[in-house]
Ligand binder design. Structure first.
Ligand code: TXA
Ligand code: MG
Length: 317
């Protein structure tokens, strides 16, 4: 049920139920992180391998310190700059966090979301929440309460409505090798913004092992999706195909076989990010032959958007 009433959500979570939770990035499937049954239920609902760990969500730095051994100075710098916000930090967990949250790892992923509904909920609870994106494994992450309902229906007693997610893609995940920040997942905070605070960062080349969620096929519509350089050429070499085209600015192509969706009228990458998953999801529902999209400029958040569309199109290559 999609509702606005936070006290109903609190009651459900206190009973060990799983709810749909709005955040500024994407909607999450949230449950009590300290309740192993609730955590297991999340994996079942998502049909997600239990080797793929979950992110802990809390409402303050003081809360974070209750669940980790320490917060290294470089992590603190990032926390100061971006929390609450779409940044997830990998920190050494303490004994209070069950291994089912971290898939057996000594590191726990933590973030403080910047969304009034999530904040107000988290500050009313006696426990932190784990919240993976509220989509079945490998599917497109939801950015509206309705998308969560479409995926899970009445399996969730409560889906809190927090409107359309402001950022529209997942948080940026940063881990640490001593003092050195390492990018595990590009996301809503650009790497340029991270580097502005902590200097040059490295990328985690082993992420297929350490961050199993970064599997090559992810965030994918069921309709085949392709990244194309030349849209007109694609259309002319594929006559008769019903094509969904996700574009920006003045990309519009007037053609009877094309359903065009624009991510932003003004080439604003932040706006494009906010609309990307909803546009993919919308076109996926139209029974088209394929969905095409152009690469984003490799600038700021454009790099994270390219990461997502590359994973969304992996099946199709
Ligand atoms: O924006 C977000 O981060 C959203 C919202 C709901 O907060 N959540 C989200 O969760 O994207 P999820 O589960 O869909 O993606 C979490 C990613 C996965 O790739 C997982 O493998 C990685 O974080 N991760 C979680 N805990 C980890 C850990 N202890 N070590 C390494 N990677 C971890
Ligand atoms: Mg996810």
């Amino acid at each position: 049920m999609i509702i606005n009433n936070i006290s109903v959500a609190i009651e459900a979570l206190n009973k060990g139920s799983i709810i749909g939770l709005p955040t500024e990035t994407v909607y999450g499937l949230a449950g009590n992180a300290l309740n192993e049954k609730a955590v297991k239920h999340i994996y079942e609902l998502k049909n997600r391998p239990t080797t793929n760990p979950l992110i802990l969500h809390t409402h303050s730095l003081d809360e974070v310190s209750k669940y980790v051994i320490k917060i290294p100075p470089v992590a603190l710098k990032l926390a100061d700059a971006f929390w609450p916000g779409p940044l997830t930090l990998l920190l050494q967990k303490n004994a209070s966090i069950p291994y089912c949250v971290t898939s057996g790892s000594e590191q726990v992923a933590v973030r403080i979301p910047n969304h009034p509904v999530a904040m107000s909920l988290l500050s009313s609870l006696a426990f932190p929440l784990v919240a993976p994106s509220a989509n079945p494994y490998t599917r497109i992450s939801p950015t509206t309460a309705q998308m969560v309902f479409d995926y899970f229906g009445t399996q969730l007693p409560v889906i809190l409505d927090g409107g359309s997610c402001e950022k529209g893609i997942e948080s940026t995940i940063i881990g640490f090798d001593g003092d050195e920040p390492i990018v595990y997942r590009q996301g809503a905070i650009s790497i340029d913004a991270i580097e502005f605070v902590v200097g040059k960062v490295k990328y985690n080349v082993m992420h297929s092992v350490v961050t199993p969620g970064m599997s090559k096929v992810h965030y994918a519509p069921r309709t085949s999706m392709f990244i194309v350089d030349d849209v007109l050429e694609f259309i002319s070499t594929n006559p008769g195909l019903k094509i969904g085209f996700i574009g920006m600015g003045d990309d519009f192509v007037g053609h009877s076989n094309i359903t065009f969706v624009t991510l932003t009228k003004s080439n604003d990458l932040e706006e494009a990010s906010a609309n990307l998953y909803q546009s993919m999801y919308y076109l996926d529902g139209l029974n088209l032959d394929c969905i095409i999209i152009k690469k984003f400029p490799e600038l700021g958040i454009g790099k994270a958007l390219n990461d997502r569309i590359t994973r969304a199109t992996f099946n199709a290559r």
